[in-house]
Design a binder for this molecule. Sequence first.
Ligand SMILES: [Zn+2]
Length: 80
Amino acid sequence: MSCNHIFDESGICFECDERKQMTPSEFKQARQKLGLTQLALANAIGMTSKMVGMMERGQAGIELRTELAIKQLITESDKE
Ligand SMILES: [Zn+2]
């Protein structure tokens, strides 16, 4: 039986615990929320600006560690 997925705030399904993957537009919005350029974000999370651009255009997958890294940056910026 397939799950209809009801995701909570952290993007985990209540029913099956599957994780909702960050979309390219969500990734770009997160970067813009942080006020960072592609290069600045790339430096902050340890990748190249080329990779960041590719992820924003949906040409490269957004790995879980990348998603967690950008969420961590947002959490830290919210504290200030
Ligand atoms: Zn589900």
